[in-house]
Write a protein that binds this ligand. Structure first.
Ligand SMILES: [Zn+2]
Length: 297
């Protein structure tokens, strides 16, 4: 009798494990199917968020002359990354193009020659001098070599333009004008003084938001006939709340976060919560290329 009972218990246990296995497999299969179908259905646009770009071979940009920051990226790796994207014929979107073709309501129709291109947006926060000095020659070289003028986006704190920082120097208004005039820079706002918007009252919000817009437009006066400068904002520290957002919407057409995610053009997209991929010195060129191509990490 006991033998019969043990056998029955064993049978029940095996049945239970079999059922659990089937449920887990079905869940994983469903999850995979869901991911594949959403990837096929909705376009993904990786928006990369860099900070300073430094030269591995320049002792003045290495310790002890200059402190290391986790958000630094080496010029040599950046050039390799950009070169691959140019060779693979990526479309380097500006903030205005991203808005016009993917975020506006209704969006403009994408030009037919661009439709099949992979998209990417490359942005730089805070406006560091060494980033400007290292990036501009790379963009000129790529243009010469591949006959492809590409645009990169700057999110700038105009109150600091041309000011030697306590840690890092900032590029000047003239530096940004040079890049804009050559056709490589898309100049946008990161507020005037890099304040956390969630801590400000409406008067200070206006100062940071409208103030930075005015400063950037004054700096680029006569170089921006189609009004592309300072229409878009990257929130300092990626921080924004409902109160600040009300003010942001008065002056800017879109807002960028800094949260390590890729923008998916689906029904839930919100042009004031545009995700950006956080880049730091530990990312290899291969990793960045994989993210750009939509590969899963
Ligand atoms: Zn910043």
């Amino acid at each position: 009798m006991k033998l019969l009972f043990d056998g029955w218990k064993d049978f029940k246990r095996r049945k239970f494990f079999k059922t659990v296995t089937v449920i887990v497999l079905a869940f994983l299969f469903g999850l995979g199917l869901f991911r594949i179908s959403t990837e096929l259905l909705f376009e993904e646009i990786p928006i990369f968020g860099f900070h300073d770009i430094i030269d591995r071979d320049n002792p003045q940009e290495r310790p002890p002359d200059r402190l290391e920051w986790s958000s630094d990226y080496f010029k040599q790796d950046f050039e390799a990354f950009l070169t691959q994207l140019v060779r693979k014929k990526y479309w380097f979107l500006t903030t205005e193009e991203l808005y016009d073709y993917f975020l506006a309501d209704p969006p403009k129709p994408i030009p037919s020659e661009k439709r099949k291109q992979k998209k990417v947006l490359i942005s730089f926060d805070d406006g560091y001098k060494s980033a400007h000095q290292n990036i501009l020659p790379i963009l000129e070289k790529l243009d010469r070599t591949y006959n492809t003028p590409i645009k990169i986006v700057w999110f700038i704190n105009p109150a600091f333009m041309g000011i030697p920082g306590t840690a890092l120097d900032r590029a000047s208004c003239q530096d940004f004008r040079t890049g804009l005039e050559k056709g490589y820079y898309d100049l946008q706002s990161h507020t005037s003084n890099h304040e956390n918007l969630t801590t400000l009252d409406s008067k200070d919000l206006k100062k940071e938001l409208l103030g930075s817009q005015n400063l950037l437009r004054a700096c680029t006066d006569n170089l921006d006939p189609t009004n592309q400068v300072a229409n878009h904002l990257a929130y300092p520290f990626g921080a924004v709340n409902r109160f600040a957002l009300k003010e942001v919407k008065k002056y800017y057409k879109s807002g960028y976060l800094y949260n390590g995610k890729t923008l998916r053009i689906d029904w839930f997209r919100d042009r004031y919560f545009l995700p950006r991929i956080t880049v730091n010195r530990n990312h290899s060129v291969e990793q960045l290329l994989k993210i750009a191509s939509g590969g899963w990490l």
